[in-house]
Design a protein around this ligand. Sequence first.
Ligand SMILES: Cc1ncc(COP(=O)(O)O)c(C=O)c1O
Length: 354
Amino acid sequence: MDYELKKFSGNRVDNIDFLNLDFGRTFSDHMIQIHYKGGKWSDAQIKPFENLSFSPSMLSLHYGQTVFEGVKAFFTESSGINVFRIKDHLNRLNRSAARMCIPEISPQGLLAMISDCLSLDKSWVPKERGSSLYIRPFIFATDAGIGLRPSSEYMFIMFTCPVDSYYKKSRPLRLLCFGDEYIRCAKGGTGEAKTAGNYAASLLPTKIAEEKGFDQVLWLDGKSSRYIDEIGTMNIFFVRGDTLITPVLSGSVLDGITRRSVITLAKDLGWKVEEKPLAIEEIQKDIRSGEIHECFGSGTAVGISSVGSIQYGEHELKIENHNQESLAQKVRESLLDIQHGAVEDLYGWNFLIP
Ligand SMILES: Cc1ncc(COP(=O)(O)O)c(C=O)c1O
């Protein structure tokens, strides 16, 4: 894609304390902006990060016609910067866009621009293992004028933020499962798309969970409220015996890119992996009996996060195994080794910015 380049001329990066980053609050120097008008994506720019100006009647503000992604770029000692599974993220952006009546954007055209933009902001990629440059591409409806309809104009933006860990607490996560009191999405709804409304719907239950001392909500399917879907911003895994189990992608679960990576790496480590419907009551029973001896969540923002307990109904069931031998720890380290270029990238997951 042809684009215009306007370079940032100051020096902000030297004043950043990379060891004390507040997730998502620090922005690097450049962003990408592309317009959709007259049936095509055009007027592409890489330019300094700046505020935008819109009509108060802009459609996405009212009807939520918007999709987004979360991607990470990692510092490597030897070979530049690795952007992790960017093509998979851009493909998912387009799948989300299709569900939300938003026109697709060519991943190929975008990749070259993303590469140039990240190359300009290379010094913003934190060097510590586990830290990264979080990349937020998104598309939103920009037609001015209220009235429910798909917009005819859109904007694609990509900005980046240096980040360290998402959760500052070092203890394993405590999850609260509301049963059918709150659901994240309905069958036939938008659960599989990465779109704002899913997250807006989760805000109140998550706030209630946090006020009770929990970290995240564990969502059940919206039809029977029997089967586990996912955690607020993560997919979920349980270790039962010698098998890693995770809910099947039912249409209401986000097809997590980290989830895919975990499945591959766990198989490489010699574990069996099963994707299937997981009834909450069965999982409870297996936690109680000790058959399930580990649980963790996976996501781009959070990485691999151990889960220490799940409250469903009366009881908070504890899952104890969180030591160096845990599968979560092994998968976390394998993933970071690949992302930081410490081992060979056997699956071609890294997109290298030289
Ligand atoms: C609802 C939800 N599920 C799962 C995930 C994990 O997806 P990924 O591994 O692609 O980041 C996320 C994170 O974006 C999420 O928001």
